[in-house]
Ligand binder design. Structure first.
Ligand code: NAD
Length: 275
């Protein structure tokens, strides 16, 4: 069982593990000596990741939002591992769109991947973990905690994931711990796809710590939550955002000359993609 055995014997599944934060989580668990399965719908990225990994990684080509595809991936994993100890529900998409311009298809697709996909993965994992125990870690976002313009579907999907976390923690206790993490701005392909280098630098300048987070820093928090050191933590939402949500508008107004100076500009994205 994950709580007692530590990393070495852990079997860890990471969804969306072929890129960005998920890939960093996979690398981190690999370094810790865990057995790692990476599930992703991007065939090329999955192949690249599995090839680059120093230790053997179990690649699972699947879409978290497609129940049949996901079931097949879990069946394959069962055949190799016979169970699992840790699931990182990390696959996600971000669509930046003004609310009034958001199509029903965009709304449904975002919720389907970010929330329904997490539900499907957690249900498959929970059924396997309920007797032997385990840990589920959901990658939510600070966008699920505060309102952010132009990301209504994304924000709602992440807010839903936070509530799913609390409810699952109650239903699956005491054998399974369930927590969510809320990253702020983290430099990944998701962010690079939406913003220019200049805009990313501008985002960094608005944060109290003056920089974007790294995928490795997020992976470190996930590794902690999966470890026996976090054995008394469940149903919680841990924020890792460089201080982004520590204050409100008043905190920005008080620092007109500091690194946290907020200058409204037309290019200011106000919210990082996927953040
Ligand atoms: P990314 O785009 O670099 O990686 C996401 C991965 O998920 C990709 O490999 C993609 O192929 C995979 N994926 C997407 N939809 C999938 C599906 N339906 N089935 C299987 N795999 C799928 O993004 P990232 O920045 O590493 O984001 C990872 C998670 O962190 C997401 O849930 C995102 O919302 C969240 N997050 C990111 C940030 C940030 O600033 N980058 C901040 C907060 C939260």
């Amino acid at each position: 069982m994950a709580e007692r055995a530590g990393y070495r014997s852990q079997r860890v599944l990471i969804t969306g593990g072929a890129s960005g934060i998920g890939a960093a989580i996979a690398r981190r668990f690999g370094q810790e000596g865990a057995r790692v399965a990476v599930l992703d719908r991007d065939r090329d990225a999955l192949g690249r990741f599995a090839n680059d990994a120093t230790e053997g990684v179990l690649p699972l080509l699947a879409d978290v939002a497609e129940e049949d595809s996901l079931r097949e991936a879990f069946t394959r994993m069962d055949a190799v591992w016979g169970g699992l100890d840790v699931v990182c529900n990390n696959a996600g998409i971000s669509i930046r769109r003004a609310f009034l311009e958001t199509s029903l298809a965009e709304w449904e697709q975002t919720l389907r991947v970010n929330l329904t996909g997490a539900f499907l993965v957690a249900r498959e994992a929970g059924r396997r973990m309920k007797s032997d125990g385990g840990v589920i870690i959901n990658t939510a976002s600070v966008s699920g905690m505060v309102g952010m313009p132009d990301y209504a579907a994304y924000n709602v999907s992440k807010a839903g994931l936070i509530e799913l976390t609390r409810t699952l923690a109650l239903e699956l206790a005491p054998r399974v711990r369930v927590n969510a993490i809320c990253p702020g701005y983290v430099l990944t392909p998701m962010q690079r796809a939406e913003y220019t280098e200049e805009q990313l630098a501008e985002q960094a300048g608005t944060l109290p710590l003056g920089r974007l987070g790294t995928p490795e820093e997020i992976a470190a928090l996930v590794a902690y939550l999966a470890s026996p050191d976090a054995a008394f933590i469940t149903g919680q939402t841990l924020v890792i955002d460089g201080g982004e949500t520590a204050g409100g508008l008043a905190s920005a107004a008080r620092r007109p000359d500091g690194p946290g100076e907020r200058r409204p500009t037309t290019s200011d994205p106000r919210r990082g993609g996927g953040a």
